[in-house]
Every structure is written in structure tokens, then in C-alpha cells.
Write a protein that binds this ligand. Structure first.
Ligand code: SF4
Ligand code: SF4
Length: 99
């Protein structure tokens, strides 16, 4: 991607919820794709610059799975995502003990 195009793209592209500020995010995100695979709403994708991007904030249930799976510190849990993740873990524990 040409530098100009890349700068324009980066300025317009949405970062995942809880993502580190723009310059740090570009350093931290390795483009591993773990968050894009786990997002239950299919909201995350790897951009042409191989950084995780958010298609739209609409539909994000703040489940926190993207932050939970990011082992590079590029996405941190927001307070809302912390609540969402706690609920998922509680649901998992409940279904594991209901057998
Ligand atoms: S899991 Fe983290 S490092 Fe991997 S693509 Fe997503 S934000 Fe980037
Ligand atoms: S918080 Fe959940 S729904 Fe929102 S972008 Fe992350 S994985 Fe997707």
C-alpha cells in the first residue's frame, strides 16, 4: 500500500473496542487474527495494513472475547467488556456443572 493511501486508511479505520491508542496499537497488533476469529458478531477483520479493525461499532455486545484472546496487549478489557466476559465465564461454568 502506498504511504499516502496507508495514512488515509489508518486515519479512517476503526480500531477494535478497548484497543490501545493508534500509534501504540500499530506497534502491538501482530495481525495474528485471533480476535477476528473469535468475535461472535464477525465485527473484526484484518485491514490491508494487517492490523485488526472494526467494521462497525454497531452490534458489539462488549463480550470482551477479543480482549481476552489478544495475548499481545493490543486490546484491553474496557469496564463494559469486563462485565460481558464475566457473564460468559459464569454461563460456561453453569453449563459445565449442569451435567
Ligand atoms: S488478537 Fe491482538 S494482536 Fe492479534 S490481530 Fe487481534 S488485536 Fe492484533
Ligand atoms: S467485544 Fe465481543 S462483539 Fe465486540 S468486537 Fe470484541 S469480540 Fe466482537
Amino acid at each position: 500500500m502506498l504511504a499516502d493511501q496507508e495514512n488515509r486508511y489508518r486515519a479512517a479505520a476503526l480500531r477494535p473496542p478497548g484497543a490501545a491508542p493508534a500509534p501504540a496499537f500499530a506497534e502491538l497488533c501482530t495481525g495474528c487474527g485471533d480476535c477476528t476469529e473469535i468475535c461472535p458478531s464477525g465485527l473484526l477483520y484484518l485491514g490491508p495494513d494487517m492490523l485488526a479493525r472494526l467494521r462497525t461499532a454497531k452490534g458489539c455486545g462488549e463480550c470482551g472475547l477479543c480482549a481476552d484472546v489478544c495475548s499481545h496487549g493490543a486490546i484491553e478489557l474496557t469496564p463494559g467488556m469486563r462485565v460481558g466476559l464475566r457473564k460468559i465465564l459464569a454461563d460456561e461454568r453453569r453449563s459445565a456443572t449442569s451435567f
